[in-house]
Design a protein around this ligand. Structure first.
Ligand SMILES: [Zn+2]
Length: 107
């Protein structure tokens, strides 16, 4: 088995649902996390690893898009709320303003 993600239990449960939907068999293991909290490790078999990573990426993107939608973040340049997350080569992800094309960090 290989670990595809280590998350808080709520996020892990959510990702497990996505994996089930895509018929990727997985196991979860509760491990001690930071500050006395529990983390959840998601494991899949070697053969399903690539597929599981694809699902995890899609899930992560959807989660981020949801977070951006709910946030009151505005464009640094023009004040537009019309922002979308885009992959970036140095920062993990940035927000792009759909109105003026300004890029800014997510947080
Ligand atoms: Zn803008």
């Amino acid at each position: 088995m290989k670990t595809i993600a280590q998350l808080d239990p709520d996020s892990a449960a959510d990702l497990v649902q996505w994996l089930k939907k895509d018929e990727v068999p997985c196991e979860t293991k509760v491990i001690p996390g930071e500050g006395g909290l529990e983390d959840c490790e998601i494991l899949v078999s070697e053969t399903d690893f690539d597929r599981a990573c694809d699902v995890a990426e899609k899930w992560d993107a959807a989660r981020l898009a949801e977070k951006v939608k709910k946030s009151t973040r505005k464009c640094d340049n023009c004040g537009s709320k019309n922002l979308e997350p885009v992959p970036h080569e140095t920062l993990e992800t940035v927000l792009r303003c759909k109105d003026c094309d300004t890029l800014m960090p997510v947080t």
